[in-house]
Design a binder for this molecule. Structure first.
Ligand SMILES: Nc1ncnc2[nH]cnc12
Ligand SMILES: [Zn+2]
Length: 324
């Protein structure tokens, strides 16, 4: 039982956190036919490509700052009810722009939802700007340049998500240089759809302090050692990995091997309702499916707070909350 454990997550995509029931109401509000992407109360997809298509459909029915505020507040309050003290949300201004929502209004809505949830529950949250890899290097660079100049106290990092099989990390290195120079925290999706070479590219060319997934580094023991030596934190999402068939089952999941190799790891939900999971469920998976003890799971939560893109005062307050 992990219900009573304090929790923290570093890797959740905000549109990916929308429950199907909420998305359905949003679709009805805007007169959008939802039958292609929601069926029997669940999202419809069968592989990564159709997952991304489904994700885009879901995002397309969140169209105003208020829509985003309500989604964010609901998600964070649900997390807080499961003893979560910290969440980092991946936000994608490109999805806002796709429905005519200006980035500043998109961010404004998210920030309002974060403030409301914090007031209601005390949960702490920061936003990480996403560049979508499949929109191409120029688009990701444009997003990075925008992120580097858009000053907001709750925006503390930059990440690249999307179709990992498109292009090479080198094509996006300039975007990461721009956000690094601007002082944003850096994390990147790698080693999910592609193998160890993609994680190695990310480590060498992007120099991230964290990697989203990174689990397929396990295919190269030298690389695993390098990640451990550099102290790069992996944002591991076991439920997502099984749902997207990165590994066939939990017995094949490499989380235990990574921990044994000294890699710092954290537990995350990714896109919870798409993968029939939640952060609380990921903690249960770590205990019941992957065999971690309470103390080991607590150590992962501590790692998450230590690797969070927050100021030192907030980090110390979160560590104190975790220890309390
Ligand atoms: N698991 C995932 N991998 C890559 N891009 C994503 N965008 C949303 N979820 C994602
Ligand atoms: Zn992700």
């Amino acid at each position: 039982m992990t219900k009573h454990l304090k929790k923290a997550e570093l890797h959740c995509h905000v549109e990916g956190a929308a429950p199907p029931a909420l998305t359905l109401r949003q679709a009805e509000k805007y007169g959008v036919d939802h039958s292609v992407f929601i069926r029997d109360g669940a999202y419809v997809w069968h592989d990564f490509t159709s997952f991304i298509a489904c994700y885009d459909h879901v995002a397309s029915v969140f169209r105003t700052a208020d829509d985003y505020a309500a989604l964010t507040q609901a998600y964070l309050c649900e997390l807080a009810a499961e003893n979560t003290i910290y969440s980092e949300l991946f936000i994608s201004p490109d999805h806002g722009e796709a429905v005519g929502l200006a980035p500043e209004d998109y961010i404004g809505g998210l920030a309002a939802g974060i403030a409301a949830a914090r007031q209601e529950t005390g949960i702490e949250c920061r936003m990480i700007i996403i560049g979508e890899r499949h929109l191409g290097p120029e688009n990701v660079l444009r997003r990075a340049e925008w992120a580097a100049t858009f000053d907001h106290p709750l925006i503390t990092g930059f990440n690249m998500a999307g179709e990992e099989r498109m292009n090479r990390v080198a094509d996006y290195a300039r975007a990461f240089d721009v956000v690094r120079e601007a002082g944003l925290g850096i994390t990147i999706h790698a080693g999910e759809l592609c193998g160890a070479f993609s994680v190695a590219d990310a480590v060498e060319l992007v120099k991230p302090s964290r990697i989203g997934h990174g689990v397929r580094a396990i295919e190269d023991p030298e690389l695993v050692k390098r990640i451990a030596d550099l102290g790069i934190v992996l944002e591991v999402c076991p439920g997502s990995n099984i749902a997207l068939q990165v590994f066939p089952d939990f017995a094949s999941h490499p989380l235990r091997q990574l921990v044994q190799a000294g890699v710092p790891v954290t537990l995350n939900s990714d896109d919870p309702p798409f993968f029939h999971t939640s952060l609380a469920r990921e903690y249960e998976i770590a205990a019941d499916e992957l065999g971690f003890s309470e103390a080991e799971i607590d150590a992962m939560t501590r790692t998450a707070i230590e690797a969070a893109f927050v100021d030192e005062e907030t980090r110390q307050a979160l560590l104190a909350k975790l220890a309390a």
